[in-house]
Design a protein around this ligand. Structure first.
Ligand code: SAH
Length: 365
């Protein structure tokens, strides 16, 4: 079969190509940072990515049950922390605000919680900020560009499919040694992947038994996020809940993925138009968190986490109340907890402050 024809270069591809022509190939993380966060043309500064009309669908967009159960987790954590008031609920990358809106419905049933909570939304995308304002209103909420900008205080941080947006660097092993994977130009001045000269030292993420052809990845921004979370958790009681797709096996592999209108596409073909993500390295995440001095619970699969929070009983109650929705609800829950779906591919980690009053672990973990 003839290879699919590449689409014409986007304006952002043209800009990146000019830069590479002038200054030489760039690493994969530098490429991702430009493709996602270029101030005028980056995917996460310009596009509304979510839902049927967008490029991908996240757990809160699949079913209200997801946000309700996370709301339960937050409410129980607030009680575990000794019901601090005021109390910050911080969401990293809140998408269309669906998760927060579903959580707020649960909070209304917990005496004192709605009166105590202040919402802090960390969001780069102005299009999504507008949708978040519509979903949660502006009375209880404030917006920030970075987690570091949110004032300290007792609180809980939630991030669903946030860490997978962090640019990754990729390394490749050949007969000669380890190389940086680079983005350069082919003969037609289109972007193409290549390799750096052999690195003097293997990267920290390399393992001695990695075979020829192995790809290892690291997200340079992960450390800053974990340290910002740890700074908060060491200063005040709190927890952070991070949910993402990613591996806990430690096996090497190339996880860079581009998605456009719910279809996988080549990562260099629709720059600024397609979402680019990578698997979260949960081993690296938990090691960084322990090193930063906070408690770590998990990782567990999204399946075990949601079952632990009672998703089966919630589904059955919703079906009893709305029997005509049975097949929809059964299907949604299967997408959320099925081993071959998000249930097995997604993992959940909680970080917690040693200042917390509770002596037991958070629910679900
Ligand atoms: N949590 C939502 C959306 C996930 S998509 C859900 O589950 O539906 C990723 C989200 O993170 C989007 O809102 C995106 O605009 C935001 N985002 C991506 N990179 C970011 C960054 N570096 N800082 C803040 N927000 C970011």
């Amino acid at each position: 079969m003839a290879p699919a024809k590449r689409p014409a270069p986007s304006p952002l591809e043209q800009r990146i190509a000019q830069m590479i022509e002038a200054c030489g190939p760039i690493s994969v993380d530098a490429f991702m940072a430009q493709a996602l966060y270029d101030p005028d043309m980056g995917y996460y500064t310009r596009v509304q990515p979510l839902g049927a009309q967008g490029d991908f669908t996240t757990s809160p967009e699949i079913s209200q049950m997801f946000g309700e159960l996370i709301g339960l987790w937050v409410a129980q954590s607030w009680l575990d922390l000794g019901s601090p008031a005021p109390f910050k609920l911080i969401e990293l990358g809140p998408g269309r605000g669906t998760l927060l809106a579903d959580m707020l419905r649960v909070f209304a049933k917990v005496p004192g919680l709605l009166a105590a909570v202040h919402l802090h939304l960390v969001e780069t995308n102005p299009v999504l900020r507008q949708l978040q304002k519509q979903a949660v209103g502006t009375q209880l909420a404030q917006w920030h560009d970075r987690l570091e900008d949110v004032p300290h205080g007792p609180g809980i941080v939630i991030g669903n499919e946030f860490l997978d947006c962090l640019p990754i660097r990729q390394y490749v092993r050949t007969e000669q040694g380890w190389h940086d994977k680079l983005v350069g130009l082919d003969g037609n001045k289109r972007l193409s992947f290549g390799l750096s000269p052999v690195l003097t030292n293997p990267p920290d993420v390399a393992r001695p038994d990695d075979p020829i052809g192995a790809v290892r990845e690291m997200a340079p921004g992960l450390q800053a996020v974990v340290e910002a979370l740890a700074d908060r958790l060491k200063a005040h009681p709190g927890r952070a809940l991070l949910i993402d797709y990613g591996d806990v096996s430690g096996r090497p592999g190339d996880s860079l993925q581009a998605v456009l209108a719910h279809q996988k596409v080549h990562p260099l073909d629709h720059i600024g138009r397609a979402d680019l993500t990578a698997h979260v390295d949960f081993a690296a995440l938990t090691a960084l968190a322990r090193h930063a001095g906070v408690g770590v619970l998990g990782p567990v699969t999204q399946r075990d986490f949601l079952i632990g929070l009672g998703i089966i009983a919630r589904r059955d109650a919703l079906i009893r109340a709305n029997p005509h929705c049975e097949s929809d609800m059964t299907l949604s829950v299967e997408r959320l907890i099925g081993e071959a779906h998000m249930g097995g591919l997604f993992h959940v980690v909680a970080l917690e402050s040693s200042l917390n009053a509770a002596d037991g672990p958070p629910i679900g973990l």
